[in-house]
Design a protein around this ligand. Structure first.
Ligand code: URA
Length: 238
Protein backbone atom coordinates (compact mmCIF):
# COMPACT_ATOMS: atom_id res chain seq x y z
CA UNK A 1 0.00 0.00 0.00
CA UNK A 2 1.31 3.44 -0.91
CA UNK A 3 1.93 5.81 1.97
CA UNK A 4 3.56 9.18 2.40
CA UNK A 5 7.32 8.95 2.84
CA UNK A 6 7.36 10.89 6.10
CA UNK A 7 4.81 8.46 7.56
CA UNK A 8 6.87 5.44 6.51
CA UNK A 9 10.04 6.96 7.97
CA UNK A 10 8.33 7.80 11.29
CA UNK A 11 6.79 4.30 11.48
CA UNK A 12 10.25 2.74 11.10
CA UNK A 13 11.08 4.30 14.45
CA UNK A 14 14.13 6.33 13.51
CA UNK A 15 12.55 9.74 14.05
CA UNK A 16 9.28 11.68 14.35
CA UNK A 17 7.11 12.57 11.37
CA UNK A 18 8.01 16.24 11.70
CA UNK A 19 11.74 15.48 11.67
CA UNK A 20 11.21 13.13 8.71
CA UNK A 21 9.63 16.03 6.79
CA UNK A 22 12.65 18.20 7.55
CA UNK A 23 14.98 15.42 6.34
CA UNK A 24 13.01 15.12 3.09
CA UNK A 25 13.18 18.89 2.52
CA UNK A 26 16.92 18.83 3.24
CA UNK A 27 17.44 16.19 0.51
CA UNK A 28 18.54 13.48 2.95
CA UNK A 29 16.01 10.91 1.70
CA UNK A 30 16.25 8.74 -1.39
CA UNK A 31 13.51 6.60 -2.92
CA UNK A 32 14.78 3.79 -5.13
CA UNK A 33 18.05 5.63 -5.60
CA UNK A 34 16.59 9.09 -6.35
CA UNK A 35 16.65 12.00 -3.94
CA UNK A 36 13.13 13.10 -2.99
CA UNK A 37 12.44 16.60 -1.72
CA UNK A 38 8.66 16.79 -2.25
CA UNK A 39 6.63 16.19 0.90
CA UNK A 40 3.66 14.62 -0.88
CA UNK A 41 5.74 11.76 -2.34
CA UNK A 42 4.32 8.31 -1.70
CA UNK A 43 6.07 4.96 -1.53
CA UNK A 44 5.36 1.33 -0.71
CA UNK A 45 7.08 0.43 2.58
CA UNK A 46 7.04 -3.27 1.62
CA UNK A 47 8.75 -3.04 -1.76
CA UNK A 48 10.40 0.36 -2.18
CA UNK A 49 14.02 1.02 -1.34
CA UNK A 50 14.12 4.03 1.02
CA UNK A 51 17.31 5.48 2.43
CA UNK A 52 17.60 8.17 5.10
CA UNK A 53 20.98 9.89 5.34
CA UNK A 54 22.45 6.98 3.38
CA UNK A 55 20.98 4.26 5.64
CA UNK A 56 18.48 1.77 4.34
CA UNK A 57 15.18 1.85 6.19
CA UNK A 58 14.18 -1.41 7.82
CA UNK A 59 10.56 -2.49 7.79
CA UNK A 60 8.30 -1.00 10.45
CA UNK A 61 8.54 -4.16 12.60
CA UNK A 62 6.47 -4.62 15.68
CA UNK A 63 5.73 -1.42 17.55
CA UNK A 64 7.06 -1.31 21.10
CA UNK A 65 5.55 0.90 23.80
CA UNK A 66 7.07 0.94 27.27
CA UNK A 67 6.35 2.97 30.38
CA UNK A 68 9.38 3.39 32.65
CA UNK A 69 9.46 4.79 36.17
CA UNK A 70 12.84 6.49 35.89
CA UNK A 71 14.98 6.91 39.02
CA UNK A 72 17.16 10.00 39.46
CA UNK A 73 20.68 9.73 38.04
CA UNK A 74 19.81 8.31 34.61
CA UNK A 75 20.23 10.36 31.42
CA UNK A 76 17.28 10.44 29.01
CA UNK A 77 19.16 9.55 25.87
CA UNK A 78 19.96 6.54 23.74
CA UNK A 79 23.71 6.85 24.30
CA UNK A 80 25.70 9.25 26.43
CA UNK A 81 29.14 10.50 25.33
CA UNK A 82 30.00 10.97 29.04
CA UNK A 83 29.18 7.27 29.65
CA UNK A 84 26.67 8.01 32.41
CA UNK A 85 23.87 5.47 32.95
CA UNK A 86 21.03 6.00 30.48
CA UNK A 87 17.33 5.13 30.62
CA UNK A 88 18.04 2.41 28.03
CA UNK A 89 20.30 0.66 30.57
CA UNK A 90 17.15 0.13 32.64
CA UNK A 91 15.27 -1.70 29.92
CA UNK A 92 17.87 -4.12 28.68
CA UNK A 93 16.38 -7.24 27.16
CA UNK A 94 13.64 -5.50 25.14
CA UNK A 95 13.72 -6.12 21.42
CA UNK A 96 14.38 -3.53 18.72
CA UNK A 97 15.51 0.05 18.64
CA UNK A 98 13.49 2.26 20.93
CA UNK A 99 13.93 5.82 22.03
CA UNK A 100 12.50 8.06 24.76
CA UNK A 101 9.40 10.09 23.85
CA UNK A 102 10.37 13.32 25.55
CA UNK A 103 12.90 13.81 28.29
CA UNK A 104 13.37 14.02 32.02
CA UNK A 105 16.39 15.76 33.53
CA UNK A 106 19.17 13.68 35.06
CA UNK A 107 17.88 14.51 38.55
CA UNK A 108 14.16 14.17 37.76
CA UNK A 109 12.44 10.87 38.44
CA UNK A 110 9.15 9.49 37.20
CA UNK A 111 7.30 8.46 34.09
CA UNK A 112 8.83 8.21 30.65
CA UNK A 113 7.46 6.49 27.56
CA UNK A 114 9.96 4.67 25.33
CA UNK A 115 8.89 3.52 21.90
CA UNK A 116 9.92 2.86 18.30
CA UNK A 117 6.77 4.60 17.04
CA UNK A 118 7.68 8.10 15.85
CA UNK A 119 4.02 9.06 15.60
CA UNK A 120 3.27 8.37 19.28
CA UNK A 121 6.50 10.13 20.28
CA UNK A 122 5.43 13.20 18.34
CA UNK A 123 1.96 13.18 19.90
CA UNK A 124 3.46 13.06 23.38
CA UNK A 125 5.99 15.81 22.81
CA UNK A 126 4.15 18.37 20.67
CA UNK A 127 2.20 21.01 22.61
CA UNK A 128 -0.56 21.14 19.97
CA UNK A 129 -1.74 17.62 20.93
CA UNK A 130 -2.27 18.83 24.51
CA UNK A 131 -1.38 15.58 26.27
CA UNK A 132 -0.97 16.72 29.90
CA UNK A 133 2.03 15.81 32.02
CA UNK A 134 1.79 16.12 35.80
CA UNK A 135 4.74 16.66 38.14
CA UNK A 136 5.25 16.75 41.89
CA UNK A 137 7.82 19.34 42.90
CA UNK A 138 9.37 20.03 46.28
CA UNK A 139 10.35 23.71 46.32
CA UNK A 140 11.99 26.16 48.70
CA UNK A 141 9.45 28.28 50.57
CA UNK A 142 5.84 28.68 49.47
CA UNK A 143 4.17 30.52 46.60
CA UNK A 144 1.99 33.49 47.48
CA UNK A 145 -1.37 33.36 45.68
CA UNK A 146 -0.39 36.13 43.24
CA UNK A 147 2.82 34.35 42.16
CA UNK A 148 0.95 31.06 41.82
CA UNK A 149 -1.56 32.73 39.47
CA UNK A 150 1.29 34.32 37.49
CA UNK A 151 2.93 30.93 36.98
CA UNK A 152 -0.39 29.38 36.00
CA UNK A 153 -0.98 32.02 33.34
CA UNK A 154 2.49 31.37 31.89
CA UNK A 155 5.53 33.52 32.55
CA UNK A 156 7.92 34.60 29.81
CA UNK A 157 11.23 32.73 29.60
CA UNK A 158 13.78 33.22 26.81
CA UNK A 159 11.43 35.88 25.38
CA UNK A 160 8.71 33.24 24.86
CA UNK A 161 5.60 32.96 26.97
CA UNK A 162 5.04 29.56 28.55
CA UNK A 163 1.72 27.84 27.89
CA UNK A 164 -0.75 28.12 30.79
CA UNK A 165 -0.59 25.34 33.38
CA UNK A 166 -2.37 24.36 36.59
CA UNK A 167 -0.71 24.33 40.00
CA UNK A 168 -2.12 22.72 43.11
CA UNK A 169 -0.58 23.13 46.58
CA UNK A 170 -0.10 19.70 48.18
CA UNK A 171 1.73 20.88 51.33
CA UNK A 172 3.06 24.32 52.19
CA UNK A 173 5.74 25.52 54.63
CA UNK A 174 9.53 26.13 54.64
CA UNK A 175 9.61 23.49 51.94
CA UNK A 176 6.45 23.03 49.92
CA UNK A 177 5.08 20.42 47.51
CA UNK A 178 3.16 21.44 44.42
CA UNK A 179 1.44 19.47 41.70
CA UNK A 180 1.97 21.05 38.30
CA UNK A 181 0.17 20.00 35.13
CA UNK A 182 1.62 21.16 31.80
CA UNK A 183 0.80 20.56 28.17
CA UNK A 184 4.11 22.08 27.08
CA UNK A 185 7.56 20.63 27.74
CA UNK A 186 10.40 23.07 27.46
CA UNK A 187 13.99 22.52 28.60
CA UNK A 188 14.04 22.34 32.45
CA UNK A 189 10.48 23.63 32.26
CA UNK A 190 9.32 23.20 35.87
CA UNK A 191 12.68 23.96 37.45
CA UNK A 192 13.10 27.19 35.48
CA UNK A 193 9.59 28.48 36.12
CA UNK A 194 9.93 28.06 39.90
CA UNK A 195 13.51 29.38 39.88
CA UNK A 196 12.28 32.47 38.01
CA UNK A 197 9.96 33.41 40.91
CA UNK A 198 12.54 32.70 43.64
CA UNK A 199 11.47 29.18 44.70
CA UNK A 200 14.07 26.70 43.43
CA UNK A 201 13.03 23.07 43.01
CA UNK A 202 14.76 20.56 45.29
CA UNK A 203 13.01 17.43 44.01
CA UNK A 204 10.99 16.72 40.91
CA UNK A 205 9.05 13.72 39.72
CA UNK A 206 6.67 13.15 36.80
CA UNK A 207 3.65 11.30 38.14
CA UNK A 208 1.31 11.24 35.15
CA UNK A 209 1.40 11.36 31.32
CA UNK A 210 -2.13 11.65 29.95
CA UNK A 211 -3.87 8.48 31.19
CA UNK A 212 -0.65 6.83 32.46
CA UNK A 213 0.30 6.74 36.13
CA UNK A 214 3.05 4.97 38.08
CA UNK A 215 0.55 2.57 39.69
CA UNK A 216 2.30 -0.76 40.29
CA UNK A 217 5.66 0.49 38.98
CA UNK A 218 8.47 0.94 41.46
CA UNK A 219 11.40 3.21 40.54
CA UNK A 220 13.50 1.50 37.87
CA UNK A 221 10.65 -0.77 36.73
CA UNK A 222 8.86 -0.66 33.38
CA UNK A 223 5.89 -2.28 31.69
CA UNK A 224 4.32 -2.51 28.26
CA UNK A 225 1.53 -0.07 27.48
CA UNK A 226 -1.85 -1.69 26.90
CA UNK A 227 -3.29 -1.26 23.38
CA UNK A 228 -6.12 0.87 24.81
CA UNK A 229 -3.60 3.21 26.45
CA UNK A 230 -1.70 3.64 23.15
CA UNK A 231 -4.95 4.47 21.34
CA UNK A 232 -6.01 6.96 24.03
CA UNK A 233 -2.67 8.75 23.87
CA UNK A 234 -2.68 8.83 20.07
CA UNK A 235 -6.16 10.37 19.97
CA UNK A 236 -6.02 12.38 23.17
CA UNK A 237 -9.30 14.07 24.03
CA UNK A 238 -8.64 14.84 27.67
N1 URA B 1 10.63 20.10 33.96
C1 URA B 1 11.89 20.10 34.43
O1 URA B 1 12.38 21.11 34.90
N2 URA B 1 12.59 18.96 34.38
C2 URA B 1 12.09 17.81 33.89
O2 URA B 1 12.79 16.79 33.88
C3 URA B 1 10.78 17.82 33.39
C4 URA B 1 10.07 18.99 33.44
Amino acid sequence: MLERLQKIIAASGITSRRKAEELILQGAVTLNGRTVTKLGTKADPESDHIKVSGKLLRGPGRPVYLLLNKPRGYVTTVSDPLKRPTVLDLIKGTKGRIFPAGRLDLQTSGLLVLTNDGELAERLTTTAYRVPKTYHAKVRGMLDPKTLKRLEKGITLDRRKMAPCTILALAEGDKSWYEITLIEGRYHHVRRMFEAVGHPVAKLSRVRIGCLTAKGLRLGQFRNLRPGEVQRLKHWKG
